[in-house]
Ligand binder design. Structure first.
Ligand code: COA
Length: 254
């Protein structure tokens, strides 16, 4: 199972479990996560959600082979079901990042309520390096937390940055030694699960509701561009280069 879903003590845990591919996310994995979020929503015994990867890797983002084989998205595709689920989750979502978080591995964190990361974790939004554009409303949300120039540097250059910088930017709450981050995040989720669910629900709704329409619009607008760019020669060259373990050559394109 590439996604493990576990329910215990009021916390539903979604764990990436594909370490041989650096927890790269396939359509089947998005579907499993989307289904788990629906289950979390409808099951009153679930009071908090925890998302984690493996020690040493959070997620390498979208599976690039999947991108090459079946780039078509669409509103009901697994990735959009997942994005809708996480961006509109009513229950608190905690993330534990114990290694690199690439692409959607980073952008999904912008929808979480509490994010804990290993001091050694790294983050990257390599969309332009892949001939793509931002997704998951990151073109809106990253500048909300980091300011325009802070977000522009990460989204235009697409270079990886370290956990200290992610914390300074504002989307990581706290840094911990790598061996401690999962346990700490779980303890925080358990604390949330012990609080009155109605209080958490209203508090989160009050903080999130005003931005909700804008976020969903941004996700949809990004998706239109992203879908077209996936089919364009720049992205094809970038994916091919990744698997051929070479640098892409974008000079051939205007
Ligand atoms: N999709 C498909 N396969 C992937 C992948 C992805 N997103 N990320 C890694 N893999 C595969 C590699 O091809 C490699 O396969 P191999 O063993 O057959 O050569 C294996 O997973 C291990 O990856 P590797 O790159 O050797 O690991 P690393 O520890 O040196 O680097 C990452 C880890 C995550 C930094 C690096 O794999 C990476 O940058 N991945 C691509 C991220 C990306 O561009 N994602 C899309 C964002 S939109």
């Amino acid at each position: 199972m590439d996604i493990l879903v576990e329910r215990a003590d009021g916390v539903l845990t979604i764990a990436f479990n594909r370490p041989d591919r650096k927890n790269a996310i396939t359509a089947a994995m998005y579907q499993a996560m989307a289904d788990a979020l629906v289950e979390a929503h409808s099951d009153a015994s679930v009071r908090a959600i925890l998302i984690r990867g493996s020690i040493g890797i959070f997620s390498a983002g979208n599976d690039l082979e999947d991108f090459m084989k079946s780039p078509a998205g669409g509103e009901n595709s697994p990735v959009f079901q997942f994005l809708r689920g996480i961006s509109s989750a009513e229950k608190p979502v905690v993330a534990s990042v114990a290694g690199p978080a690439v692409g959607i591995g980073t952008t999904l964190l912008l929808h979480c309520d509490l994010v804990y990361a290993a001091e050694s974790a790294t983050f990257s939004l390599p969309f332009t390096q892949l001939g793509l554009c931002p997704e998951a409303a990151s073109s809106l949300l990253l500048q909300r937390v980091a300011g325009y120039q802070g977000a522009a540097e990460k989204l235009l250059l697409g270079e990886a940055f370290d956990a200290k910088e992610a914390q300074r930017m504002g989307f990581v709450n706290r840094l911990l030694p790598v061996a401690e981050v999962d346990a700490f995040a779980k303890a925080q989720a358990l604390k949330l699960a012990a609080l009155p669910a109605s209080s958490l629900r209203v508090t989160k709704a009050l903080m999130k509701r005003a931005a909700q329409h804008e976020i969903q619009t941004q996700i949809a607008e990004e998706a239109v561009h992203f879908g077209k760019m996936l089919l364009a020669p720049e992205a094809r060259e970038a994916f091919k280069a990744f698997f051929e373990k070479r640098k892409p050559d974008f000079r051939q394109f205007d």
